[in-house]
Design a protein around this ligand. Sequence first.
Ligand code: SAM
Length: 760
Amino acid sequence: MAPNPRVAKAFRAMREIGIPEEKTKPVLKNLLKLYEKNWELIEEENYRALADAIFDSEEAETAEQKKKHDIAEAEALEQKKKLELAERMKVIEEETQIPEEPERPLKRLRLRHQDGHASPSCTTSSPNSNGTPLKKPKLEIDDIPYAIPRTRSHAKTNESQLVSPQSQSRNKGKQPVSDCNTQPDVTNETGGDSAIRSRHPKDKGKEPFLPQTGFQEKRSISDRPSSHGVRFKEPKVKQSPLALIKPKDEPLTDDNTSKVVVPLAVIRPESLTNGDSSTENGPVSEAAQPLAVANDESTTKLDIASSSSGEIKISLTCNIVGKPNISITDVDSVLKTMEDKCLNSVKLLDPSISIKKLMKDMCECLLDNETTSTPPAKPSRRCCVADPDTKDMPSDTNGSVNESQRVTEDDCENGAHNNTESNNESVSDVIRSTHDVNDIAKGQESVIISLVNDVNNECPPSFHYIPQNAVFQNAYVNFSLARISDDNCCSTCFGDCLTSSTVCACALQSGGEFAYTKEGLVKETLLDECIKMNRDPQKHCLFYCKECPLERSKNEGITEPCKGHSVRSFIRECWLKCGCNKQCGNRVVQRGIQRKLQVFMTPGGKGWGLRTLEDLPKGAFVCEYVGEVLTNAELYDRVQKSSNKDEHAYPVNLDADWAAESELKDEEALCLDATYYGNVARFINHRCWDPTLVEIPVEVENPDHHYYHLAFFTTRKVKALEELTWDYGIDFDDETHPVKAFRCRCGSRFCRNNKRPNSK
Ligand SMILES: C[S@@+](CC[C@H](N)C(=O)[O-])C[C@H]1O[C@@H](n2cnc3c(N)ncnc32)[C@H](O)[C@@H]1O
């Protein structure tokens, strides 16, 4: 068939510019389709459109080819990498292979544990952690949270320091926006039965400690309690002479080896299996706990040993042929070199590898393993140490617990530690978990607080017992006497204010009534009001900050609106500037724990709990929530940095009087965290409904209410051995909360975590 003359003409025109017919043909075909056979468009400007289309298609083809080539190259590279990786893995395997012998005991012990024998590892008491090896809060050198005095960045003027709390309250600039569905009972303000101090013009409610605002409210991270045992890296803190309490300086983990004075026992792996303990490396203390030795077939030997006081020593013996006089002066540089070596030779390792940490982990594994090796018939309570000096337990009156119900010295004898060096806290954080079962407070309270576990093998979490709050770092807590004006104390009183015929100035501060009865109990009106408010904070006066410090602490650029704080009633106690004596009836909380209490393992999966060993009347002071005083920003930071956010002890917000503040500075927006430093209150479990305790803010030293004490009082009569519980105010529906809520096992009828299907 004769070619279409227009087609032939197009071919010709393209040939003239050097494009062969076979290239022109497909492009022309496409172009005709595109232009719907409109030849004029193609022939315009001497076939310019056709030429352009041909050039474009050439370019596209080249690009396609290049792409294919690149893909092929990448695949080849990938393949090469895989081969290299496999090669390296092989090398690592060969290099890190541990001789079979030393490993065997570990494996066996783990298997025994898996076989269903009680886990001897010191787990946290989280119900979820049952049966898993202990993950103790690791406090590394830089991690130890000291109770450090605040570094006050801006001091208040003397003028403002001398303003009485009430006038302070009156003079607060802004009128808080409140959401009072039910107005607080104003009769209290005018001399009702309760000794509350209204901090807000209209307020009279209590407020939940926790920054929560009611059951349906979403709370911010610092609002909500969370479980203990979180690991976090604390910011480095500066020491200042203004601490409330400065806990003992903790010795640093890595220095411990230098403090080991007791020769360490070492046992060969084979002797672990037959119960025979042969030793080496010099004399062995009688009480030393045999551990393990790993022997390299060649010339290197790894020893792991513990002493009677619980230190663990890892030592590596190398055959340094040709360098007989070697002396290592700088361990850090050795570690650094080793880390570099690891990174260079085995490039797969995490760049933040730390040999120190590896060695610490090794210690933990070792402890785990060692505990697992305890015969199941007599489980070890390795972390618990009975101190012979504190053997006297609370007497058995009023239904007190009997001897068989507590963990005795015998219970602990299988442990790695005996009591000979129980006062020696100069060891690693492993040892920090050592608690005296006869007195967890270690003599720091005026009563002994024992600890028992009749349920499982768990040890109490690692923390420092402190009987009073301690400032962590930035919290502004000012106890200066100059801040207490004459109106603010009863300097002319004498003896016991409660029995005085004249009305004491402190009573005037709280509406003319003391909060306590002569028997030292909180008066019923105040108590019932607090209980009611805790049950349904929504129905009470809620205050919304204009700029909420809790939201601000998140430091996320856009500050979310305040979720609300309940305005609470305060108890006001006499203090140093008052003329009364220490036994004054208006000094209850400041005298500390007076009741017989016991930390015990709950049978219902809530971990450790607190119970009373004596019958308690309604309104009795039990204990204060004691912990580190942190700013909310510090707490937020702390929780964010923690690797296990849901294992944080329940922090509480000191926001009971934020309504009285026009604007809170960061260092004034405070909270308490008992995760690392705390008292018995850190063991009190949550109960959604009808808890045995209620928390009430108590003013002792501070006329302003940035800082105050949080005291627990009984909500009803409590029988000896009954568990003490309080409502954390937790919102179990808040799934956006960074700290995961636990699964509530409070067992109460109206448990908020076990709602009926359509209750939402
Ligand atoms: C402040 S601690 C209380 C003491 C804790 N049980 C312990 O063993 O240390 C809070 C933690 O206790 C546990 N807990 C408290 N109340 C609970 C409840 N009602 N149900 C389940 N677990 C609870 C949770 O693991 C929570 O994170």
